[in-house]
Design a protein around this ligand. Sequence first.
Ligand code: ATP
Ligand code: MG
Length: 376
Amino acid sequence: MHVLVLGAGQLARMMSLAGAPLNIEISAFDVNSENIVHPLTQTVLGHGLENAIAQADVITAEFEHIPHDVLDVCEKSGKFLPSTEAIKAGGDRRIEKALLDDSQVKNANYYIINNREDFDAAIAHVKLPMVLKSALGGYDGKGQWRLKSLDCVESIWQEMAECIAATPTQAIVAEAFIPFNREVSLVGARAKDGSVSVYPLAENIHTDGVLSLSTAIDDLELQSQAKQMFTAIANRLDYVGVLALEFFDVNGQLLVNEIAPRVHNSGHWTQQGAETCQFENHLRAVCGLPLGCTKLVRPTAMINILGEDSVPDALLSTEGCHVHWYGKEKRAGRKMGHINVCAQSTTDLQHTLSALAEVLDKAVYPAIHELAKSVN
Ligand code: ATP
Ligand code: MG
């Protein structure tokens, strides 16, 4: 099997690593250069989409911000999974919100803003405090504003108006601010025959809007709520592949924050912590193979490595630690790799994580230092 992935970043790379044992070969389309590259070496294998589409058995995507003309030619080939509808919902918060409502899953109250009058209407409808998010192009907390007091309306409007003017078809989605207890996410897969398999929920800690620590959790009640919402959305899209849902946990009640129609950063722990990792299951689904078991095999957490290109030897020699580099050039704040940490029990996992605070820099890994403080 030969799978063409739209996007040539770390997610395509990890699909390639997971596909090799199944004889699934991956090539990646770099949307910026329009080159077809090898996802591990970035060696250029060809240029332009046409040939690559012809040579692929299946086409899929590793991110949702894909130009619509690219999506359209892929869809026309009849080889693209999941559907372009699903990718568009992940890349446009207006479509995403409509999908959540259609699927009857709980989400934050919202209002779409195209102009200054809409902003006033949003304030009346959603009420303060609110979170304002650009409909297109947002990721890692970028393209967002928080409105807590009416004093800031004009200054925020200036910035939002610039954002709207910069991109045709841009808008802002105003959302009620949700006072959540914690953030969790569910990664799961839906196969061509409609069967659904989900991983255990992960609890996610963000630092400056970027995921820093993700830990698989065992909570039967939340898991069942999350699976029900996952199934509603995946069925509504007739989804094929791995899909991720991000939730706010408000006193045991889940609200969907957003969806990602792809393998997800909060599912990287599955490489060491689940029977079949999310990358393999995505490939199995889009290639029409049965899904692999998604059960937890041992308590596992994932730590993102942001803006660093090395880790201390002491970490590499710590039992249960597995480092995954993405082969990227070092840049401040950039996702460079991640560390999966496994243990025999959740208590052991907490101890290993907090012991890592002794070898990991506080400025780079604040979530680990916070955790160490709370454990000790
Ligand atoms: P990513 O790509 O990292 O998932 P994103 O840029 O797509 O992020 P969101 O997930 O929508 O954006 O928001 C980033 C973070 O902002 C959330 O993880 C959450 O901590 C906070 N946030 C977003 N929406 C709300 C809300 N309605 N109420 C409270 N906090 C929110
Ligand atoms: Mg998010």
